[in-house]
Ligand binder design. Structure first.
Ligand SMILES: [Zn+2]
Length: 321
């Protein structure tokens, strides 16, 4: 039987010398607002990921990558980013990154800084948590939605941006208080913590005001959302950088929008979540989601590289947008 390809060989064959892994958070405790949506790594698991990544990749800040300051490195580069501006970025992630000398960029939802609001998907996760805990709440939610109790979790998880008002109505039924939850248990970074991250040398970027779904917006509205998110951070924290990671995905963002944002200087870098992909522009970056699969970190990368290599003869690695 053929021996499995080594990651090093896959990297060399693909010619892809930069990777952009992205995470959201790590926590030693379960996070009810997230745990029903995606896997939350424990700090020790994240540290293990990091150590393995560092065996193969040289860490580089987004700023240095954009300015081509990778130097004469022998290893390929890794630019690490974190989406959604969660509190654990300050509590666990940044201290670990500092210890290991790994730079990173944190993408923030402007309206959620200081716990002034909660992402609608986190509300859905909290609702799932509540109905699992409390059968009376489950009964009431089922009755409100006119569905069976077995369908409650799936239905709540499927609530999209356009139906987000439903999450408020269901919270009343389930006697769940989102604002109260935020008061007892801060979900997001505070302004002070963001300032501290910047003092430590990390970078921040925008991730939209409230993690909306851009698929329903026209090009002008998208440009406006990106500009507002970046400008607000520049004003609040006195930063010069202009980075933006698209909420959910950059799929469906028209090419003219990407071009306008980059050419007019509204954004210096735009980031999506399509995995290992070429976009034809170094400032338009596609990242690898690292919390999606329950497999060891290097296997996730190998799968990304293999997939990339399989599509190479078909010319399918260039992102069509
Ligand atoms: Zn996000």
């Amino acid at each position: 039987m053929a021996r499995p390809m080594k990651l090093k060989h896959l990297i060399r064959l693909s010619g892809q010398k930069n990777i952009f892994p992205f995470y959201h958070t790590v926590s030693p405790e379960p996070l009810p607002h997230i745990s029903h949506l995606y896997r939350v790594l424990k700090p020790a698991e994240f540290e293990e990921d990091l150590d393995k990544l560092l065996l193969f990749f040289e860490p580089l800040s987004l700023g240095d990558y954009l300015e081509n300051r990778s130097g004469g490195r022998t290893k390929p580069n890794m630019v690490l980013t974190f989406d959604d501006g969660l509190k654990e970025c300050y509590d666990f992630i940044a201290p670990l990154l500092k210890k290991k000398g790994v730079p990173a960029t944190f993408f923030l939802n402007n309206r959620f800084i200081d716990n002034k609001g909660l992402f609608f998907r986190y509300k859905a996760s909290l609702l799932v948590h509540q109905v699992r805990d409390d059968c009376r709440a489950k009964e009431k939610v089922a009755a409100f939605l006119k569905i069976s109790e077995e369908q409650v979790e799936t239905s709540v998880r499927m609530i999209g941006w356009d139906q987000r008002a439903l999450l408020e109505a269901l919270a009343v039924e389930a006697e769940l208080d989102y604002a109260g939850y935020l008061r007892i248990r801060p979900v997001y970074l505070s302004s002070g913590e963001v300032e501290e991250l910047l003092n430590w040398g990390f970078e921040v970027g925008g991730h939209s005001s409230d993690h909306m779904d851009f698929s329903g917006l026209d090009p002008d509205q998208i440009v406006k959302q990106v500009r507002t998110s970046i400008k607000d951070l520049q004003k609040r924290f006195g930063i010069q950088t202009a980075y933006f990671s698209f909420p959910f995905t950059s799929d469906g963002i028209p090419r003219e929008v990407i071009d306008t944002l980059l050419e007019k200087g509204t954004a210096r870098a735009l980031l999506g979540t399509a995995g290992l992909k070429c976009t034809g522009k170094p400032e338009y970056i596609q990242r690898i989601p690292m919390e999606k699969y329950k497999i060891p970190v290097l296997d996730t990368l190998k799968a990304e590289y293999l997939y990339y290599l399989l599509k190479m003869p078909l010319g399918r690695n260039r992102l069509r947008y």
